[in-house]
Structures are given as structure tokens and as C-alpha cells.
Ligand binder design. Structure first.
Ligand SMILES: Cc1cc2nc3c(=O)[nH]c(=O)nc-3n(C[C@H](O)[C@H](O)[C@H](O)COP(=O)(O)O)c2cc1C
Length: 195
């Protein structure tokens, strides 16, 4: 099983990356699971222009293909203005409609304070729903006091990240990808050069 972590943070170092990596390391402890991070701060993605996802090239093509290949995901973002980052939104806009269909997604968010905790519910779960993916129970939120000297130091948040990884792996093992409702609708897109 291929578990892909995604971080939508543009920052380096990144608290979001630290958190997602904890979940990925846990996922990789399961038999037959490989885990890898797609860190959007390292990728030179073009801005989505509405073309057919198959027409993108270069780093953008590679990132799209990487997401499509994943069996399960852990998606993390810092809170920016009460929602996920523009970088992550751009990745979502670049993906084919069926890129995540039927896949479990563990959600992770970091914020300066707990003020935007519910953005996990109101901002991130709806986009998982759009893609006909499964937002698994136990989304994890961490605030800046949970980090110190480049480490996630809060045991409760660490434990929740471990649980989240276990849930993603369990879900991917037990829920068939083609389960009812997972087929994506056919929404037409422009081809290259088409008005
Ligand atoms: C442009 C910008 C907007 C932000 N907006 C919010 C916000 O609305 N709510 C919040 O709790 N934190 C906000 N923050 C703080 C970050 O979400 C927080 O520090 C986060 O842990 C940074 O994660 P990173 O290190 O992975 O980039 C904002 C930070 C920046 C730079």
C-alpha cells in the first residue's frame, strides 16, 4: 500500500511537515505499507489554468501522477486566513476529478492558535467530499505551542497523529476503492489551446 503525505506549507522549516511526517513514519510501520511525502514547498507547480489535467507537464505532471498513484493520503496544511493554503488549493485544482476517488484521507492542520480548529470540518472535509474520497475520523490539529525547537513536543498530538495513520491504513485495507459512491462525475475540462 502506497500512503502519500502532502504538505501545503510554503515555509521551511514547516510545522505541518513535522506533523505529517510523524503520521507517515507510523503508517510505514505497518506491513506492506510504503509512505512518502509530497512537499509542495519543493515543487514548482504551475498555477491551474483550467486545462485538462492530462495536458500539464514537468513538475506539475509529476505531482499529479504521484497523487493519482497513491492508495491513501495524509493531507496537511497550515491554517492561512482560516483555511488551507493557496498552494494546496492549487494542487486540488490541478488534479483530475477522480484522483482521490474511494481513497482514505487523513487530515492534519496546524495553526498559530486553536482559533481555526473547525476549519478541518468546514474547509478541508468538503474538498475531500468533492473528490469522493473518505475523510477518516480523527483529523488532527496542532497549534504553535505544540512545537518547540523544531520538534512536535505535545504527546497528545503525537498520539493523535499515530491514531490517524493507523486509521488511514486500516481503512485502505478494508474499504474497496470502487465502493458505492466513489465514482467521480465526468466534468468536462478544456484541452490545450481550446477557448
Ligand atoms: C499568511 C499566513 C496566514 C495565517 N493565518 C492563520 C490563521 O488564519 N489561523 C491560524 O491559526 N494561524 C494562521 N497562521 C499561522 C500558521 O498557520 C501557523 O504558524 C502554522 O503552524 C504554520 O505552519 P508551517 O510551519 O507548516 O508553515 C498564518 C500564517 C501565515 C504566514
Amino acid at each position: 500500500m502506497d500512503v502519500l503525505g502532502i504538505s501545503g506549507s510554503p515555509s521551511s522549516p514547516s510545522k505541518t511537515v513535522l506533523a505529517v511526517e510523524i503520521a507517515l513514519r507510523r503508517a510505514a510501520e505497518h506491513d506492506g505499507v510504503t509512505a512518502e511525502l509530497l512537499d509542495l514547498r519543493d515543487r514548482d507547480l504551475v498555477f491551474s489554468d483550467g486545462r485538462d489535467p492530462g495536458d500539464y507537464t514537468g513538475d506539475t505532471r509529476a505531482a499529479i501522477d504521484r497523487v493519482v498513484a497513491a492508495d491513501a493520503l495524509v493531507v496537511g496544511t497550515p491554517m492561512y486566513r482560516g483555511g488551507y493554503t493557496g498552494r494546496l488549493k492549487n494542487l486540488f485544482d490541478l488534479l483530475p476529478n477522480d484522483a482521490l476517488a474511494g481513497k482514505p484521507v487523513g487530515l492534519v492542520a496546524t495553526g498559530g492558535t486553536d482559533h481555526h480548529y473547525l476549519a478541518l470540518e468546514h474547509e478541508l472535509k468538503p474538498i475531500v467530499g468533492f473528490f469522493r474520497a473518505w475523510a477518516v475520523p480523527g483529523a488532527v490539529y496542532a497549534n504553535n505551542t505544540h512545537f518547540s525547537a523544531g520538534e512536535l513536543v505535545d504527546d497528545g498530538v503525537r498520539a493523535r497523529l499515530v491514531d490517524l495513520a493507523d486509521t488511514v491504513v486500516t481503512f485502505a485495507r478494508r474499504m474497496p476503492r470502487g465502493a458505492a459512491g466513489a465514482a467521480a462525475p465526468d466534468i468536462p475540462r478544456k484541452s490545450a489551446g481550446e477557448a
